[in-house]
Design a protein around this ligand. Structure first.
Ligand SMILES: Nc1ncnc2c1ncn2[C@@H]1O[C@H](COP(=O)(O)OP(=O)(O)OP(=O)(O)O)[C@@H](O)[C@H]1O
Ligand SMILES: [Mg+2]
Length: 330
């Protein structure tokens, strides 16, 4: 990430600000030949303190890469990340940030070491950041965290593989909370879980947010998963931001043709309404990020696409207060 001074002026109202984030991965395409896979290209957004921003889009559109890049698990190719008024990048800024920002991973089966006890998994951040002075204090804190996520403290010495998916995700959440973070990236935290327990885990994350004053970036495939938990929703397609608005506004008045197609796939509880709803099935597949279309990334699947969409990439424009859309045909 270039450390050159920029014209970007941070706004103290926001806990996190992401400005023109790029994450490119070099991919080998033959002998001594590499090409750049643009997993995230020029993505900007911000999150207020205590807010939940939902991030949605199809598989491979770059959601996890955004989450990992803003936590500096991947060093961004370019762009700026500001946290609590400070720009991230140098060693000192990252050291403090790594305690204050955490991630809950998509798959609680692969993200927890099955040969570690619950206590040692939960205590990882405590040990890394030297947060407890004595063994007794450490044990007390582990029990406190387990109670916070509804786990039986008598199970602290059991191994992760002895637990069900839902309980494993509770262990993952307890670990994320151990360093008393202010910001958490929840990367599809319930998509690997049984439908019957997804709501329990989402409700718990909502309760924890209120109780601890947390700020979330909540990643999901599906708008219906994030609709209730998010204050605002951002929609990504092929590494680009397509639309962003307050949750109610985005679900009731989607503007981008891509968001409209995503919304048409969301089931409605009222059968009469459901019969009226027209399902929009997108033509073709998502193009490979190695062969990005010119102009608008969505144009190859868009019913409104014209010459203008081939020629230039639409910028995000504010179409109503706080409602941003990147489309030439508004
Ligand atoms: N470490 C990496 N090296 C190379 N390419 C990567 C890497 N991580 C992700 N990619 C590529 O970047 C693109 C975005 O991937 P990412 O995992 O961020 O998508 P996603 O939206 O989280 O998908 P899903 O919903 O399936 O989790 C994909 O084309 C993926 O293959
Ligand atoms: Mg992902």
């Amino acid at each position: 990430m270039s450390e050159k001074s920029s014209a970007f002026v941070p706004n103290p109202e926001y806990l996190l600000q992401v400005h023109q984030l790029k994450q490119y991965f070099p991919i080998s395409t033959g002998f001594l030949k590499t090409t750049m896979l643009k997993a995230v290209d020029n993505v900007s957004f911000d999150i207020r303190r205590g807010e939940t921003l939902g991030l949605v889009g199809e598989s491979g559109c770059g959601k996890t890469t955004v989450g990992r890049s803003i936590l500096y698990l991947y060093k961004p190719t370019d762009g700026e990340i500001w946290f609590d008024g400070k720009r991230l990048g140098d060693k000192a800024s990252l050291q403090a940030f790594r305690r204050r920002a955490q991630m809950v991973f998509q798959d609680p089966y692969s993200s927890l070491n099955p040969r570690m006890t619950v206590a040692d998994i939960v205590a990882e951040p405590i040990d890394v950041h030297h947060l407890c002075a004595t063994r007794g204090e450490r044990e007390e804190r582990i029990h406190e965290l387990m109670q916070l996520v509804g786990l039986n403290t008598e199970h602290a010495t059991r191994y992760a593989h002895e637990f069900s998916g839902g309980q494993r995700q509770r262990i993952g959440i307890a670990r994320a909370l151990a360093s008393r973070p202010e910001f958490i990236v929840c990367d599809e935290p319930v998509s690997a879980l049984d439908v019957s327990i997804q709501a329990q885990v989402i409700n718990m994350l909502e309760d924890l947010q209120k109780q601890l004053g947390l700020t979330y970036l909540f990643i999901a495939h599906d708008i219906s998963v994030v609709k209730h938990i998010s204050n605002r929703i951002a929609v990504m397609y092929l590494g680009h931001m397509m639309e962003m608005a307050a949750s109610n506004e985005l679900t009731r008045h989607p503007v981008h043709p891509y968001t409209i197609s995503l919304m048409s796939a969301v089931p409605v509880p009222d059968p009469q309404q459901s019969r009226k709803q027209k399902r929009i099935v997108l033509q073709g597949d998502v193009p490979s990020p190695l062969r990005m279309p010119s102009g608008c990334p969505f144009r190859t699947r868009c019913s409104r696409a014209t010459k203008a969409c081939e020629e230039s990439r639409p910028e995000m424009r504010e179409v109503a207060p706080g409602h941003f859309v990147a489309c030439h045909h508004l």
